[in-house]
Design a protein around this ligand. Structure first.
Ligand code: PLP
Length: 454
């Protein structure tokens, strides 16, 4: 009898976490690494939020709470939904979890039966299909090409819906593309969904506050009240409030769904951290002025990175409406005659089997340090491409010295391909010595199966 669960055959470990762990290990080994793995702001949690947590500890608010969250936080969330989204919820329609991730997971575990399909617009956040598969469902990706701004088109959605469709997951602004739906784009989607009463909407609004250029955020239940009864609106404090480590996410939805999600949570983690919940009360009820201030910086970084990437030969980078990701196409870099063949022969795949090919995600907007290293950014795509070819010719050491010659400021490069979606992740490494090959160039390209595409 096998020891491990068959469920593990359906799921891959988090690629984002894997690359983040690798960066952490390199840092622990004394390497000067800038990780481009997990998506988190480089800004610190605002002081008033930290203080609220300290006060909670001092006041002895350190015990278990209700599984689905303290009443004060639920009230703060209800206030947020009303104020910012025009959505009205009662406390029994709100759940607080250990990050948005747990909330999404609870919802899928609470509703998916074997064979249920979940439509996931691609490119997608890598955890969606894995969670669906773990819950026993079938992730169905619908490709949203650059020509449609990486956004789901109404006609493509309608084609993907079958009698087995249980959920459609929407994420705006999106991880990994930064694309965000305008009101009219979202209305076209909700108009389709209204026609299919058995299809539920899971909207991941985690990046709601990170929008630029006067973009106005909207969410499906707000645009189409007919969907209110079958929409789960997921949000959290991780991104806009710079609280990724505090692990607080939440959702508003129909009471029977929230109850089922609470049951799942009650048998796994119980309540999210009490102290973090009190901090989240302050986040939602306290001053919000740091959000536009942070956004101003994110926008400046976005504009810089987009313009630099667009100067690189063969790279095209759309300007995202939100989040802190850019999603440049490297299609132009794959066109050299015989290159694909050479790469294949050397065991590299430069295109994914499914999903949106030829794109790399880059989280350049997250870190000031990364921008300070910006001359290297422009190079890295050149280098990465160059390196593949050189690696094919088995001249890794030459690559390292070539890379070092190219570098403006002594940054070297490590590339880790996670190949989910051909999402290539990069680690920039400052070599101990510019003249030596001590900091070896590394490149791993693995390929993992993507969900079926319609
Ligand atoms: C689209 C999206 N949804 C959900 C999450 C999870 O957020 P949390 O850190 O609150 O669990 C992330 C985190 O990267 C994300 O990018």
């Amino acid at each position: 009898m096998p020891f491990l669960s068959a469920a593990l055959d359906r799921v891959k470990p988090s690629a984002t976490i894997a690359v983040t762990d690798k960066a952490r290990a390199l840092k622990a080994a004394g390497r000067n690494v800038i990780g481009l793995g997990a998506g988190e702001p480089d800004f610190d949690t605002p002081a008033n939020i930290k203080l609220a947590a300290i006060h909670a500890i001092e006041a002895g608010k350190t015990k278990y709470t209700a599984v689905d969250g303290i009443p004060e936080l639920k009230e703060a969330i209800i206030g947020k939904f009303q104020r910012e989204n025009g959505l009205t919820y009662k406390p029994n329609q709100i759940i607080v979890g250990t990050g948005g991730k747990q909330v999404l997971y609870n919802a899928l575990m609470a509703t998916i039966n074997p064979g249920d399909e979940v439509i996931i617009p691609a490119p997608y956040w890598v955890s969606y299909p894995e969670m669906v598969a773990l819950a026993g469902g079938e992730p169905v990706s619908v490709v949203c090409p650059a020509s449609s701004g990486f956004k789901l088109r109404a006609e493509d959605l309608e084609k993907a819906i079958t009698p087995k469709t249980k959920w459609v997951i929407l994420c705006s602004p999106s991880n990994p593309t930064g694309a965000a739906y305008t009101r009219s784009e979202l209305k076209a989607i909700t108009d389709v969904l209204v026609k299919y009463p058995d299809v539920w909407v899971m909207t991941d609004d985690m990046y709601e506050h990170l929008v630029y250029d006067e973009f106005v955020f909207t969410t499906p239940a707000q645009i189409e009240p007919k969907l209110y009864e079958r929409t789960l609106t997921v949000n959290g404090v991780s991104k806009a409030y710079c609280m990724t480590g505090w692990r607080i996410g939440y959702a508003g939805g129909p009471a029977h769904l929230i109850k089922a999600m609470t049951t799942i949570q009650s048998q796994s983690t119980s309540n999210p951290s009490t102290i973090s919940q009190w901090a989240a009360v302050e986040a939602l009820n306290g001053p919000q002025d740091f959000i536009p201030a942070n956004n101003k910086m994110f926008k400046e970084r976005r504009d810089l990175v987009v313009s630099m990437l667009n100067q690189a030969k063969g790279i095209e980078c759309p300007r995202p409406e939100g989040a802190f990701y850019v999603y440049p196409s490297c299609a132009g870099r794959h066109r050299a005659p015989g290159e694909r063949r050479r790469c294949r022969r050397a065991g590299f795949r430069v295109r994914p089997r499914a999903g949106v090919p030829d794109f790399v995600r880059d989280e350049n907007l997250r870190s000031r340090r990364r921008l300070q290293a910006h001359p290297a950014l422009l190079w890295k795509f050149e280098i990465e491409h160059f390196a593949i070819l050189k690696r094919v010719r088995k001249k890794a050491c030459q690559i390292t010295s070539a890379v070092e010659r190219l570098m403006f400021d002594g940054l070297s490069l490590e590339v880790f391909g996670n190949a989910l979606f051909s999402t290539w992740r990069f680690l920039l490494v400052r070599p101990q010595s510019r003249s030596s090959c001590g900091d070896k160039y590394q490149c791993e390209f693995r390929h993992s199966p993507s969900p079926p595409s319609r």
